[in-house]
Ligand binder design. Sequence first.
Ligand code: ADP
Ligand code: GN1
Ligand code: MG
Length: 371
Amino acid sequence: MVIKSENKMHNLKEIFDCFNAEGTFSVGGPYGSGHIHDTFRVETAEADRDDYILQRLNNRVFKNIPNLQNNIERVTEHLHKKYLEIPGSDVKRECLTLIPSRNGKSWIQDEEGKFWRMYIFISDHRSYDIVDSPDKAFQGGKAIGKFQAMLSDLPGDPLHDTIPYFHDIEKRLETFDRIRKANPAGRVEAAGDEIKFALSRAEEMKIILQLGREGKIPLRITHNDTKFNNILLDQNDKALCVIDLDTVMPGYVHYDFGDAIRTAANVAAEDEKDLSKVAMDIGLFKAYAEGYLSETRETLNSTEKEYLAFAPRLITYTIALRFLTDYIDGDNYFKIHHTHHNLQRARAQFRLVESMEEQYPEMQKIIRDLT
Ligand code: ADP
Ligand code: GN1
Ligand code: MG
């Protein structure tokens, strides 16, 4: 079966047959709304067999796919063991399962040299780009808190840094300055207001890195991409499975908390054009924080807790800066759906930063009351 995606043709059946799946290929097509990989769902012909997710991996973003896959193998094996010990757990739906390829690895390379991997499709899940109730936000918080707790005793060497300096705002600002000065796509003028906004907040964003350097907050194993659509809920909207494990690596808990609030508490879409619609909902913020702290209250140190309220401002700013940098650079990183998409995303995310700034005293009070 040949499928067209991103203007390329893929023979999904041929790729599928390179993996040791149970069941036979029936149909496949593009799936989900991720910004990085090409993701396809494959349905099998047999009703009692799993369906699958096939991903053509973005190796412009992830430069070392064997290291990336090695991380995911270790993380998923560890989670599998943990879930197997929990009576009544549904391992195949509560954590990702990689399917080995016929060559014994967890990926294959096609004739163009592109890497593919396959997971069991998490059946009967719900996925949200926008969260519309405190209960869902609470469940998301629980899922991320539990995920961090379960990985806190991962044995062996530290995980590979799959994208070095991923959330390092100092490095992100250096890149922004370099690209802004080079102006490779001639877009600096069009992005003048956004550049000004970014520069006006740059200094205050360095506090989390500074606390790390001072040894006040530890590096832990974090997810680093806790956008709400990377947290699957079940049919009753209860926490089910944390997916998109490409960036699981050492990080500060603020990165996960901040990115989750950026998406779970924004009442508008990430790329909302009408900026008057963009706002952080304080009720959704509180619910997510409750869920998250219900799993992590005992393990976080006091400085980590104190700075949770700041984290959403940092990560929303960081992602906005990355969208803006990519726009100025000529759209080389994120998938876009129209010419000025990255600028539109940056604008909406900077507006969200402002909304968080407006509500910051309340956010701090909520965190203080919960911790
Ligand atoms: P990206 O890095 O491009 O965001 P993801 O790994 O998040 O890629 O996958 C994209 C989307 O595909 C997810 O948001 C989710 O909707 C869906 N998805 C990924 N893996 C699975 C899975 N194992 N089961 C069900 N859906 C999945
Ligand atoms: C990307 O992979 P996806 O779509 O879940 C990006 C995140 C950004 C997000 C913005 C590896 O996430 O860092 O926050 O887009 N992932 C990577 O929507 O860069
Ligand atoms: Mg994703």
